[in-house]
Design a protein around this ligand. Sequence first.
Ligand SMILES: [Zn+2]
Length: 697
Amino acid sequence: MSVTMMRAAGPRVAAAALAALVTVGGLQAAGAAEAGTTPILAHRAEATFDITKHTVAITDHIVVPAGLAFLRLGDGLAVTRLARAGQPPLAPAKVLTRVDDKPADGGPWQRLDLAAAGLAGGGELDLAYGGMFNSPVDQVEFSRENVGGEISATISAEGIYLASSSGWLAGADSTLATFDVSLDTPAGYETVTQGRRTEHFDEGGRLRTRWVSGDPSDSLDLVANRFVITCETIRDGLESCTYFLSDDPALRTTYLERTRAYIAMYEEMIGPYPYAKFATVENWFPTGYGMPSYTLLGGQVLRLPFIPYTSFGHEIAHNWWGNSVFVELSEGNWCEGLTTWSADYHYKELESPAAAREYRRNLLKEYAAYVADPAKDFPLKDFHNRHSGATRAVGYGKSMMAFHMIDRAIGRGKFLAALREVAATHRFRAASWGDFLRAFGLDDAFAAQWLRRTGAPSLALADVRFGANEVSFRLTQAAPAYDLDVPVVVSGPGGDSEHIVHLTGLDASFKLAVAGATKLAVDPDCQLFRHLDPAEIEPTIAQVYGSDRRVFVTDGAAGPQAEAALAFAHAFTESDSVQIVDGALPADDRTAVLVNPGAALLAKVAPAGLTVAGRSFYLDGTRYSLDATDLVFAAPDPRRPGATLLVVVCGSPDRLPGLAGRVSHYGKYSWLALPAGQGRVERGNWPAGASPLLATR
Ligand SMILES: [Zn+2]
């Protein structure tokens, strides 16, 4: 063994002892021994990388808790030594079996039988193994619903990326682990992972780094590349770093500034940041991941101007929700809803009440679009992760609205106090929806209605009578009835006033004392998670994404135009099987996507305010040339009331296939004017129809 290993052996003991005592923001960080009843594996691993051969050689000393049946190790890794600590080696074939069933996150894999290794009662295991990881990364693209996902491990001169799902370190389901990993890479290849970097030195053309992560987590992903690293101290014991593939002072400044601002915001909102660092890491292929104490973003995503102000904050918020307060899944995954509330939604609240309202309304529109088919709906208790528009609309949207309704019901002060309580009592432990509901002071009725039940209330307004000093009305809802605090906004000479009426049954009458009332609106600000009435929703692009049964309609021309339309259809559906018809809307109820339709069909579907004439189109009085700008819009389907179709008018067959990916970012809009090159996508929404939940004098 090399001299570098000797040097590592000395400081290890001291560093491990320090890690257990480290304090963050005054609270003692929970170490392995404090993490409750969850079994903890402890790894002390050394990994040596060969980027030309795409291989890694690993030795891992694992402390195994009692009662574990087996460990999972990546397929294709060759185990050369396997022994209980201090015992003679065992024959790997007696302990390892290859398992072909595919677990959710990959497979096949190797099963290491802990009883056969004499570790049924726990103990220490020494493993030496190695293998090749060489997944091609040039095909990785952002998918609408499945971000990244495909690559689990690769080792090359371009970079090293080892996701835990590759099984590069042994792990067990539902078992947390602590990690102490020493990494040997070619000089210049800087490594980054969770935890604190405790060693970093060059020797003999190699770089040696060591990361100690003494707080339990469910997995460890590792990245290495020729990073330019910049760090700054946020406060004692906490630093913020950027790991970028090239020096980019403006970008670095933005991310360091945002990191500081988000951590300050969340420390005040939720409690102490749980780790010793936060790193923003640039990846050389597209990813958008939040890991404990770092985020891994593809270079393109990193440079999108809105990312530092949206997704980046969401990933930082996950360091509290999900990464350090773990998710107890048996009652459903609360984590995305709460992270969305704490990040995406909270930023809208800080912007303005109107922006927050628009955000809530968009969530209800998404629910209407993606869960229009009741068969796609499911209760929040069954949400684990998102893999479709419907799972996002429920697992993120409905969940976020559940937290919003609780916030409204108990008030911001109590709401945040409860979040802080759960964060403090469940740091490095799993929390369930029930833990949150108890902290909020809510009983099981909330869970029965919002977590265990599928669907959403549908409200209707009737018999509105405006008197001189009062306004009376009836509210009805579809069966079975929800127990709801319904906001009703009454407008009169004194301005708008909000009243909360309590609706418990299917039908109830109410009377509000408001003099000279002229207008009454039921939940106009979308404070409730509910089915929007179709009349409340303008056509949006998302409604077309929400349909599984789509047909593409072209103008019937052959040649490059038809080929481009086909390529667009494949990209739009993210599928190889698409149906294309020529010329006219088919006489069935499939959702239609019109790709460069003929003039007559176009005129039939274009809403008021939009005209397409020759190589130009006019939108609300603005002229655009199709030489430089493409048009995409959602419109009412003339075949079916309430249904939406999509129209794509593209000035060039070269640009058409690429439009599908661009459009996918703008589902909540009705129309887009997309510049041919770089530049801002103009977008907007058609006006919504008159709400049936609104009455005027
Ligand atoms: Zn998230």
